[in-house]
Write a protein that binds this ligand. Structure first.
Ligand code: AMP
Ligand code: MG
Length: 500
């Protein structure tokens, strides 16, 4: 029992219950955050704090100190996790948390365990040449986009808080420093498995796999081959996740194996962005010069990353190497089928199909080809199609999504013909479509405007407004109609940068 006195002690805000720290010592390095001179709380996610069972009042009072790392809360056992990873296809045997510090874990009201991690809280043994710090722009970007993903219903790490440090960080320019507090189902990545496998440390891989099964896939303990089942379960979650990204036009930007979780949550919102005009080749990240992580490449990269995970698990899957490879290959192949099934199911929903017919894939592809050829905005076109499904009055608005207004006529005829064989009423269909086709996404130009106002004028009102609109992405919110619009030619943001 916590006494009233303890409860009032600064920092006693988290009911920590830490497990990662119980893994073998070479899994991490104990590391306390490095204090900063003048912490200021930009934002505390109070609803999330409450869901996690945190002491919201204490966090309001001490948030600046806690979320900057100046005050290590009671029960925290701060550490930096070890991991490796393939970055743009090249393997780095040692990456690790170079600017992130895990404070500890909490178990929420429903019994789910979450990591509480500070990002930008100072150097760690894994910092290499980095400063361990984060600039305000990427912190606000991660805050906005990870919360938008959550509101869209897509598994993602969450934003608990953001603070400024009062200290400069030196990137291409001098920028205000900030710290981001991330909440994740866990921070175990494909690259965490690679860290041990690359060292020939099969015991380490096994200890990690057992930990992950316990934490994320407890029912697999009873499976005939738990490690093969683990591989299959991670593949399934990633197939479902990446399909969801494609359904909303999300481009992660740095799908390195160290940025892919085994929990199936989207993680590391560096140069990520949402596509405006539909083009499968869209790339935003300034460091992705060859388009490795372009929109339409993401499912294939997911498979490539999973193959790297599979390699680390081979000795656990089967003592006989050839047989282990055969078993892992079945899973990798099945990922492609799983992805395709998730993707098509979601695309059916996006065009309002409740039943399944053989020609549905072609119908979906015909619309996407038309959108690409006619420069349609991905989000607006599907939202307007949802409106059209309920009421023909919306037909001109949908048609206006395309460069030539009559371009969509033949497709609409096919679509209506297909709908005539579906059981739903027009009203039911429109409601269902509006619940999967968002009106609002974190459009890149809006995100950049919010960051610019914060950095240049210390004005967080655009950041707050954006967060508020994006918290209800499937509602029309007529007062915020301007936030639905794609950028004007002079507002378009073509490149995004990493460097939280
Ligand atoms: P990321 O590009 O965010 O996935 O990070 C890749 C690796 O670089 C990770 O090991 C990070 O911890 C490390 N890193 C990135 N930025 C910094 C920084 N400012 N200081 C120290 N390490 C960093
Ligand atoms: Mg990363």
């Amino acid at each position: 029992m916590t006494s009233a006195l303890q409860k009032n002690r600064p920092g006693a805000a988290f009911p920590f219950d830490n497990s990662y720290v119980g893994l073998p010592p070479h899994f991490f390095a104990a590391q306390v955050p490095t204090p900063v001179t003048e912490p200021w709380l930009i934002k505390l996610n109070e609803p999330l704090a409450a869901e996690l069972g945190l002491d919201v009042e204490a966090l309001r009072r001490d948030g600046a100190a806690i979320f900057s790392g100046n005050l290590v809360p009671e029960g925290a056992e701060p550490l930096a996790m070890a991991y490796a990873g393939h970055q743009f296809g090249g393997f780095s045997p040692q990456l690790g948390d170079g600017r992130a510090i895990l404070l500890g874990e909490v178990v929420d009201r429903s019994g789910k365990r979450y990591d509480i991690q500070l990002k930008g809280a100072g150097p760690t043994p894994f910092s290499r040449r980095g400063d361990g710090r984060a600039a305000i722009g990427p912190v606000l970007r991660e805050y906005i986009i990870s919360e938008a993903m959550f509101a869209l219903g897509i598994p993602a790490t969450r934003a608990l808080a953001a603070v400024t440090t009062g200290e400069p960080v030196y990137r291409e320019e001098v920028l205000p420093g900030a710290v981001f507090t991330r909440v994740a189902a866990s921070h175990v990545r494909v690259g965490t498995f690679q860290y041990f496998a690359a060292r020939g440390d099969t015991d380490g891989v096994r200890a990690l796999a057992d930990y992950v099964i316990d934490r994320h896939y407890p029912t697999l303990k009873e499976a005939e081959n738990p490690y093969l089942s683990l591989f299959e379960a991670v593949s399934e979650r990633q197939a479902a996740l990446i399909a969801r990204w494609l359904h909303v036009g999300f481009i992660h930007g740095v799908m390195n194996t160290d940025n892919m979780t085994v929990s199936g949550e989207t993680i590391d919102f560096g140069p990520c962005a949402f596509m405006d005009t539909y083009d499968p080749a869209t790339v935003f990240s300034s460091i992705d010069q060859h388009g490795r992580y372009a929109y339409a490449n993401q499912p294939g990269i997911g498979q490539w990353n999973l193959a790297r995970l599979g390699e680390t698990l081979l000795p656990l899957i089967d003592a006989e190497p050839d047989s282990a490879v055969d078993k892992a290959n079945v899973v990798i192949k099945r990922y492609g089928e799983r992805f395709q099934a998730h993707w098509l199911a979601g695309m059916r929903e996006k065009i309002g199909l409740a039943g399944e017919e053989d020609g549905d894939l072609e119908l979906v592809q015909a619309l996407l080809s038309l959108m690409q050829a006619q420069g349609a905005d991905f989000t607006l076109a599907f939202r307007r199609l949802s409106d059209l499904a309920g009421d023909d009055v919306a037909a001109p608005a949908f048609a206006a999504s395309f460069r030539e207004a009559d371009a969509c006529g033949p497709w609409l005829t096919q679509w209506r013909e297909r709908l005539s064989r579906d059981p739903q009423t027009a009203t039911e269909r429109a409601i269902a479509m509006r619940s999967v086709n968002p009106a609002f996404i974190p459009r890149n130009h809006r995100v950049e405007q919010a960051i610019k106002a914060a950095v240049e004028d210390g004005d967080f009102s655009l950041f707050e407004a954006l967060l508020s609109v994006l918290s209800k992405p499937y509602e029309d919110q007529p007062g915020f109609a301007a936030y639905r619009e794609p950028p004007k030619p002079d507002e378009r943001v073509l490149a995004t940068f990493c460097g939280t």
